[in-house]
Design a protein around this ligand. Structure first.
Ligand code: SF4
Ligand code: SF4
Length: 136
């Protein structure tokens, strides 16, 4: 069971994730339906409903360090099961983007994106995030 205190003052890290995802986290009632139906939950150290919880308490760094953001298959099962229309998938993608953007400072170069595509261990999500960032 997650233990933490809700931070009523949302920090800039959380605001960035919300801006990128265009999602809402206050509607989540922690019912766990997203986690129960997630086909990738066995490979997650932070389950989908816990992703929302960490955002609610303002701990984005915990999510950046997690395996979950790279193991999410972006299948949208969580979104389709959510009774509150919250998309964990979009929030996962937004957190991934904050990691990729940080590594590439403000912008990725074509050389960097080509290089990471050659690394077979590189999660596909990272490459996709890189392309999205580069083309913006
Ligand atoms: S299914 Fe929706 S309301 Fe339930 S825990 Fe997941 S995000 Fe929150
Ligand atoms: S989009 Fe990601 S978090 Fe949501 S059900 Fe699919 S694998 Fe799980």
């Amino acid at each position: 069971m997650f233990k933490g205190k809700i931070n009523p003052k949302r920090n800039s890290e959380v605001e960035k994730v919300l801006e990128l995802s265009k999602e809402k986290i206050d509607d989540c009632m922690q019912c766990g339906k997203c986690s129960a139906g997630c086909p990738a939950n066995a490979g997650m150290d932070v389950l989908p409903h816990q992703v929302i919880r960490f955002l609610q308490i303002g701990d984005v760094e915990k999510l950046r360090e997690s395996k979950s953001i790279w193991n999410c298959a972006a299948c949208f099962t969580c979104e389709s099961r959510c009774p509150r229309n919250v998309s964990v998938s979009k929030l996962m993608e937004a957190v991934r983007q904050t990691v990729v953007r940080k590594q590439g400072e403000d912008r990725l170069t074509p050389e960097f994106v080509a290089k990471i595509m050659q690394d077979r261990k590189m999660p596909q999500q990272a490459a996709v995030s890189g392309f999205r960032k580069y083309t913006k």
